[in-house]
Design a protein around this ligand. Sequence first.
Ligand SMILES: Cc1cc2nc3c(=O)[nH]c(=O)nc-3n(C[C@H](O)[C@H](O)[C@H](O)COP(=O)(O)O)c2cc1C
Length: 303
Amino acid sequence: MKQNLSVKIGKLRLKNPVMVASGTFGYVEEFASLIDLKKLGAIVTKTITLKPKKGNPPPRTVETAAGMLNAIGLENPGINVFIKEKLPLLRKIGIPIIVSISADNDLEFIELTRILNKTSGVSAIELNLSCPNLGTSRMVSQLDKATYRVVKAVRAATKLTLITKLTPNVTDIGLIARAATAADTDAISLVNTFLAMSVDKDTRCPRLANITGGLSGPAIKPIALRMVWEVARTVYVPIIGMGGIMNTEDALEFIIAGATAVSVGTGNFVNPKLTIEIIDGIKKHLKQKNVKDIKTLIGSIKC
Ligand SMILES: Cc1cc2nc3c(=O)[nH]c(=O)nc-3n(C[C@H](O)[C@H](O)[C@H](O)COP(=O)(O)O)c2cc1C
């Protein structure tokens, strides 16, 4: 019996539900010689902005127990260089390419979207809403009204599949997810990193130059899983689940909790072949359990 691993996210058909998380796979150059990229369900690019960004000063990453902190600060070459220099290689792979974007205001989001609309090889847009909200120090996806406003504006500007990526740094993730779906997002991606910090006891200085950063990796998995489960119970759009996925079992937990697809982030740094191992592991699991179609596992949690 051949297992069916394909899933749908908006208009995208993924041949399997395993993708790479934004910012942890660059623009694939470093991974092209290590894995067969065609085998992935989809690739999400590092977040792109309208103008190039230098990012935060170093140190920008710190290892922690069961995870890592990062404060990269959205370093990227800007949309024009991305299209000219990075997209050609991505386009050649022949799998869905999801371009992650961030902006300082709604007009920039719309401008980025319009540019991507007319760029061949872009399959979908992921809105990274862990960016500051206009006029406040809060992130867009910490506020339901701001989330609605940005998603609505971008939705009106594109027919491409639209994915909204949420920060987990909120008290009610369901509220924000409902705002994004009310504004017609095609899918929700969660979680981004958890605000955190680390201090060196000898120098008494924060280990990150930015003082605070985002925690990712196995340390966040149980919280990420709970958030995916919570959102799956409150919205009907597909969810791309991530946060500390380090093996097949982790990926299956997210799918059973309600994720249609999963993304591997920090795990890529530990084992660049992890995504391929997870795809093979999911196939093996379905075979062992005599499950014909992965879709029957999605949200199949018994509770
Ligand atoms: C070094 C690093 C850079 C990241 N850069 C981005 C980014 O540019 N855009 C984004 O939406 N998320 C970014 N993330 C967050 C990941 O995409 C992912 O949401 C998060 O790390 C949780 O998954 P994980 O525990 O598997 O890493 C970054 C994470 C790391 C570790």
